[in-house]
Design a protein around this ligand. Structure first.
Ligand code: FAD
Ligand code: EGO
Length: 478
């Protein structure tokens, strides 16, 4: 679409009476969010920096596949594509823990058919964009890079496909432009905006595990995990029968591996069972293909500015990927925003502050949980500890199914507000430690009582003989 017709269509739609919403970023959250607004009848314009990935030959970007869970699925359901996405994904019903010796131990995610889904990022993004297009009141603008926008007028300036700058006006700007959000830059210039950005020492690379004899090289319906403290590797299945392995490790360790031989020696030491599955040549090729990617953590508050602009997804809360919740949290943002739109009759002046008030504590809690998992996993989670912890979680939940629910379950399989899940978890931990204390004291007391009651009727101690035995011990030692 050329400049003139774009402005024309903008004007035409504005005259329809409904407000104009601009969604910046056509990634996972942006595309979903655009459908949410379109479904409510708003005129929606989506702007994406990249070209249309549905036409692009190669799609570069972060993580090839992701774990989709309950929160994300609920949001997809709202725009009617949950079933379709689920059918395109691969259920992971359990984690498969790979120990150093190559032993594999499965631990189910839930007792009754609970599972997470491995979905391809590119496919999911394509489907979401296609849904946006099914609404007549939307327009997709690819190869449009937001340069800046004005909080006073709501005018955005884009770098268009022809290299020229073009302006666009909207009543509401929704910033879904990821962890390095351009939309957010205007927020940083204002007073009373909290912002923090932290890089963790770990980076990640992705490796592809090819099919073996035309089938998956490992069992497909699992999230495969190799917990090795500071070195962590996971593998998620893809529909083409490959696995995408993600290796997380500190940048300084990545830097130590410079040759193919060093790489194989490293894998031989830490992930020996994966070498034949990935293949020595493929391993060497994939590992050195791209430099390790950084992992950043962004927290900010509030999420809105005036009645003009709101941030969602990674733009509002980028988190480290150690809980598999980044996209799910971003999708849930759209659901929560939608619920508040119902409550406040789509009055942006009321909806936006309420969204910040309600949602920021939850996203912050999730960012912190992801960080907590990262610290816990890198400091002492090897395969034995991982199994121990998950069995313990399972056992406690089995004894008290209503009272003690594993944190991972609350986060992944319910829509319990993230911050409430944390409170509930802390309360449970208190109950568990108190229970252990009571159990421990009662065992000792009970044991002592039973000992007294049923003590064997032994003859009285002969002190002299005892002393002789002690002396004999002394002789033995010499
Ligand atoms: P993005 O996906 O980053 O999309 C932002 C979009 O905005 C992009 O398309 C970009 O091109 C566009 N854009 C940026 N700047 C501009 C601009 N100036 N103008 C116009 N457009 C712009 N989450 C899970 O739920 N489960 C997982 O298993 C999981 N695994 C992960 C593994 C790794 C290694 C990583 C790094 C992340 C993982 N995540 C996972 C998190 C998930 O990837 C993100 O939370 C999710 O992609 C956020 O979506 P988004 O749309 O907010 O941002
Ligand atoms: C003790 C034992 C403490 C992402 C286990 C903490 C995360 C953490 C990155 C897994 C699953 C989806 C993931 C579990 C723990 C995705 C996930 C988990 C990873 C790494 C991941 C689990 C993509 C942490 N979920 N998870 O319980 O199976 O437990 F290993 Cl590195």
């Amino acid at each position: 679409m050329d400049r003139a017709s774009m402005d024309l269509s903008a004007k035409k739609k504005k005259s329809s009476g409904k407000k104009k919403v601009a969604v910046v970023g056509g990634g996972l959250v942006g595309a979903l969010c655009a459908s949410f607004f379109a479904k409510r009848g708003f005129d929606v314009a989506l702007f994406e920096y990249r070209e249309d990935i549905r036409c692009a030959k190669v799609v570069k970007g972060r993580s090839i596949n992701l774990a989709l869970s309950h929160r994300g699925r609920q949001a997809l359901k709202h725009i009617g594509i949950e079933e379709k996405i689920v059918s395109m994904g691969i259920p992971m019903r359990a984690r498969m823990i790979h120990s150093l010796s190559g032993k594999c131990s499965p631990i189910p995610y839930g007792r009754k058919g609970q599972y997470i889904l491995s979905v391809g990022r590119a496919n999911l993004n394509k489907e979401l964009l296609s849904v946006v297009e099914t609404y007549p009141n939307t327009e997709l603008n690819f190869s449009h890079k937001l340069l800046d926008w004005s909080p006073e007028t709501g005018t955005m300036t884009f770098h268009g496909p022809d290299g020229a700058e073009r302006d666009f006006e909207a009543d509401l700007i929704v910033g879904c432009d990821g962890a390095f959000s351009t939309t957010r830059k205007q927020f940083l210039r204002r007073s009373r905006f909290d912002y923090s950005q932290t890089y963790i020492p770990h980076g990640y690379i992705e490796l592809t595990m090819p099919p073996r004899n035309g089938d998956f090289a490992m069992e497909p319906n699992f999230l495969h995990i190799w917990p090795r403290n500071t070195f962590m590797m996971i593998a998620l299945p893809n529909v083409d029968k490959t696995f995408t392995c993600t290796l997380f490790m500190p940048f300084e360790d990545f830097e130590k591996i410079t040759t193919g031989d060093e790489l194989i020696a490293f894998f031989q030491k830490h992930f020996p069972d994966s070498i034949p599955l990935i293949g020595v040549e493929a391993l060497k090729r994939d590992f050195f293909l791209l430099p390790a990617q950084a992992l950043v953590w962004v927290k900010c508050s509030p999420y809105h500015m005036l009645d003009r602009c709101v941030l969602m997804g990674d733009a509002a809360h980028a988190m480290v990927p150690f809980y598999g919740q980044g996209m799910n949290a971003g999708f849930e943002d759209c659901l929560v925003f939608n619920e508040i739109m119902d409550q406040f009759n789509e009055d942006f002046a009321a909806v936006l502050p309420e969204f910040s008030r309600v949602r920021a504590p939850d996203d912050h809690a999730m960012c912190e949980l992801a960080m907590y998992n990262y610290i816990e996993m890198r400091s002492h989670v090897n395969s034995r500890y991982f199994l121990f912890r998950k069995y313990l979680d399972g056992a406690l939940n089995y004894i008290m199914p209503k009272t003690i629910i594993p944190l991972y379950t609350m986060i992944t399989f319910t829509r319990t507000r993230y911050h409430e899940a944390v409170i509930q978890w802390q309360w449970q931990n208190k109950v568990i430690t108190r229970g252990l204390w009571i159990f421990g004291t009662m065992s000792v007391a009970g044991g002592a009582y039973l000992l007294m009651k049923y003590r064997p009727k032994t003859p009285p101690i002969n002190v002299e003989e005892l002393w002789n035995r002690v002396l004999a011990l002394g002789w033995l030692r010499k």
